[in-house]
Design a protein around this ligand. Structure first.
Ligand code: FES
Length: 165
């Protein structure tokens, strides 16, 4: 029997590693479909065709089944999020280093709760479970780029730049 090789990551955006991590943790088994789609949703803020195909291929489930799940649950969104995405890691190591404050400060600054996009469509605020860089906690992903030892001040500076970019 040929050995199954999972497809390559769609791009070098670090968020694909998080998605892949969820599948790997589940041995690329089909039952990981919903959990993996959740990881895509929470990391990217929505699921596009590339993401759905990548997950379906990696878990060897029919594309129609993956689309079926995404369209069935209201939790999933096919709509693109804001122009920029701030993803804050809320895994244990980052939590200990205070990411709950980062989340609270970002929510206050943007006037949206985590998982949502500002009204003008500029910025989506997302959270993710451990992004695999615990030694650099607290970690955020700014448009998919990992930044460690993040402070509220720096995060808000970034959000201010994005508000007009
Ligand atoms: S808990 Fe944040 S990188 Fe591991």
């Amino acid at each position: 029997m040929p050995v199954f090789t999972p497809p390559p990551l769609p791009s070098d955006d670090k968020r694909w590693k998080i998605v892949n991590g969820t599948m790997r943790k589940n041995g690329f088994a089909r039952h990981a479909l919903i959990e993996t789609l959740h990881t895509v949703q929470s990391s990217f803020g929505y699921l596009d065709d590339t993401a759905i195909r990548f997950v379906a291929q990696s878990l060897k489930v029919p594309l129609s089944q993956a689309y079926g799940v995404v369209t069935f649950y209201h939790y999933f969104s096919l709509k693109p999020p804001g122009k920029h995405t701030m993803t804050i890691c809320t895994g244990t190591a980052c939590y200990i280093k205070g990411t709950d404050k980062l989340v609270a400060d970002a929510e206050k600054h943007l006037n949206v709760s985590a998982g949502n996009t500002t009204k003008d469509g500029q910025i989506s605020l997302m959270t993710a479970r451990c992004v695999g860089a615990c030694g650099r906690a607290p970690v955020v992903l700014t448009d998919g780029q990992m930044v460690g030892q993040m402070s509220s001040e720096h995060m808000i500076e970034q959000l201010e730049r994005w508000a007009v970019e």
